[in-house]
Design a protein around this ligand. Structure first.
Ligand code: FAD
Length: 265
């Protein structure tokens, strides 16, 4: 385990902000994570995934722990579904691509979201009418105080709109080490009703879209709308969509003629 000092975090955050970590360590296994958490010399810790949901404004006087646990594996298969486990340090979009290459369905609308798999449950990442909770089976997490491992199901996680228990009651208590997803192995049901997906598919002359077609459409739409963090530093949206009553929604619909909505998220 190599604990380094005064390391620039510029390569590790999508804003590309050049602040320094007083101490820095990369962990690649559960054992390394456990050992790092047991080090009493570094009581202040800061966990880092893909660095795409943080705005670093000053040097970090703590041990910055880069979570780089890797690995993707099918853990269970049934006729129509497959359960896939991805370790926390896997890049989210690379994981989505891995699933699409094997024709596993459910993640296609979540294509090209920056960040890592282990962070995805924290805000229940979502885009284009799908949220992580729709494909979430369970996650594994290490309790920071004890290094004990836990398995958390959907009910425990209390997913909401860009929300979960990891932002409320369980905030700062656990490191998510892997996530297990329940995906379709066949008879995929594609979700094209949100945003401009349908329009893009029609433009491309696609009548019966596959999950790969939906992913390509989502990628094209995202690339046309959002700056690539590698070119212009950013961390995506700074807003949440408002949650409104049906009455207010209808009022806005009358006013603007067209309003995008997602029911019951
Ligand atoms: C261009 C752009 C577009 C985006 N679009 C979307 C979108 O469409 N939908 C959406 O939902 N989000 C979007 N985001 C936000 C971002 O992709 C998500 O919040 C993502 O889940 C962040 O992952 P990360 O690994 O980069 O997190 P980080 O920024 O590394 O970490 C975020 C927080 O989680 C903590 N953390 C990191 N890993 C773990 C772990 N394993 N266990 C416990 N705590 C941990 C960190 O300490 C930190 O507090 C976008 C961001 C960008 C830059």
């Amino acid at each position: 385990m190599n604990i380094q000092e005064n390391i620039s975090l510029k390569p590790y955050n999508t804003f590309g902000i050049d602040v320094k970590a007083r101490f820095f360590v990369e962990v690649q296994s559960l054992l390394q994570l456990q050992k790092v958490l047991e080090l009493t010399a570094y009581p202040n810790r800061f966990f880092l995934g893909g660095g795409s949901n943080m705005l670093l404004t000053q040097d970090i006087d703590a041990l910055v722990i880069l979570l780089n646990l890797k690995g993707i594996a099918v853990v269970e298969e049934k006729e129509d579904h497959v359960w896939v486990e991805a370790k926390a340090g896997e890049n989210w979009h690379d994981f989505v691509r891995w699933c699409l290459e094997r024709d596993y369905g459910g993640l296609e609308n979540l294509s090209l979201i920056p960040g890592n798999v282990g962070t995805a449950p924290i805000q229940n990442i979502g885009a284009y009418g799908v949220e992580l909770k729709d494909v979430f089976a369970h996650c594994n997490a290490m309790e920071i105080a004890t290094t004990e491992m836990f398995e958390f199901d959907k009910e425990f996680c209390q997913f909401g709109y860009r929300d979960s228990i990891f932002k409320t009651k369980a905030k700062g208590k656990y490191v998510i080490t892997s996530v297990v997803f329940k995906l379709t192995a066949k008879n995929h049901s594609v979700n094209t009703g949100y945003g401009a997906i349908e329009k893009k598919l029609i433009e491309d002359g696609i009548v019966h879209p596959t999950i790969q077609d939906v992913s390509r459409a989502v990628i094209a739409i995202r690339e046309s709308k959002l700056p690539n963090p590698k070119v212009i530093g950013n961390s995506g949206s700074f807003f949440k969509n408002p949650i409104v009553t049906l009455k207010l929604f209808n009022k806005q619909l009358n006013r603007f003629g067209e309003v995008w909505r997602c029911e019951g998220l």
